[in-house]
Write a protein that binds this ligand. Structure first.
Ligand code: IMP
Ligand code: MG
Length: 189
């Protein structure tokens, strides 16, 4: 993972727009290893197909897949909420669909953050219609108290406050995905 495990380290090029560290690089690292181990135990009899939701889940997916000691398969889909606002509309556009067939597969959706839950709700229905044997979710972050749709999440990395956050894949206007820690964003969106 990154070179900076010190929670106090903030990239100088980004420091101006970042608030506090919400999850440090070290905390992310340790939790991803735990999740990978849990998944390997739960899916030992049937290695899952990991579905990464681009782009926010790229960092998480890259680390999580290497933490699962099973012959997992991976695929990617890209979705986009309409507009560039920091709140989702719940109307999701499929920008890139999956390449692999889900029929009969144990599918695990790898998501960056569940906020209102509308994006995930849409994805569950969309992917569920393809007859997977099972369909579960592994979300790195869950924003406490924000869900407008009831969510059953099999794996959650961290429950965090409802503030807008960036880093470790999460962006504002496509920036800050390349930070190793997760920070509140205090700049202008
Ligand atoms: P939801 O549909 O409201 O659950 O929002 C989910 C999507 O909105 C995530 O997959 C992210 O792409 C984006 N999102 C929600 N909260 C944040 C945040 O704090 N930082 C960056 N992206 C976010
Ligand atoms: Mg996302």
């Amino acid at each position: 993972m990154g070179h900076h495990d010190d929670a106090d380290f903030t990239a100088t090029w980004a420091a101006h727009d970042l608030g506090e560290v919400v999850v440090s690089a070290r905390q992310v690292h340790d939790r991803v290893l735990e999740l990978g181990h849990e998944i390997a135990v739960d899916y030992a009899q049937s290695p899952p197909l990991l579905v990464c939701v681009l782009k926010g889940a790229i960092n998480f997916m890259a680390d999580l897949m290497r933490a699962i000691e099973l012959p997992v398969e991976v695929d990617f889909m890209a979705v986009s909420s309409y507009g560039a606002a920091t709140k989702t509309s719940g109307v999701v556009r499929i920008v890139k669909d999956l390449d692999l067939d889900l029929a009969g597969r144990d599918v695990l959706i790898v998501e960056d953050v569940v906020d209102s839950g509308l994006t995930l709700n849409y994805l569950r229905q969309y992917l569920g219609a393809r007859n997977p044997k099972s369909l579960e979710v592994c979300a790195l972050l869950l924003k406490v108290g924000e869900q407008r749709v009831q969510q059953s999440l099999k794996y959650v990395g961290f429950s965090i406050p409802a503030d807008f956050v960036v880093g470790y894949g999460l962006d504002v206007n496509e920036r800050y995905r390349n930070l190793d820690a997760i920070y509140t964003f205090t700049g202008q969106a």
